[in-house]
Design a protein around this ligand. Structure first.
Ligand code: FES
Length: 75
């Protein structure tokens, strides 16, 4: 099993770590990164699909939380 970890950062990018390949819309692969990738979630990066820190400048707000086991689902 491949060990991949994706972390949703509060008000920021998706941090993707592990043995992964990242492809563009034409199927071409981005250079592999030993440190993983920070993928833009705000949609405003000047270097998509990567985060360039713009989320902080624009005040992007998205503190996504996973549901707590046993709690009521969020509507
Ligand atoms: S999440 Fe960082 S620039 Fe979009």
């Amino acid at each position: 099993m491949t060990n991949v970890k994706i972390t949703v950062k509060a008000n920021g990018p998706y941090l993707v770590k592990g043995d992964i390949e990242l492809f563009d819309t034409a199927g071409n692969s981005f250079p592999k990164s030993e440190n993983g990738y920070a993928l833009c979630r705000c949609g405003q990066s000047g270097n998509k699909p990567f985060c360039d820190g713009t989320h902080g400048k624009i005040g992007f707000q998205a503190a996504t939380q996973a549901p707590v086991p046993g709690s009521a689902p969020v509507a």
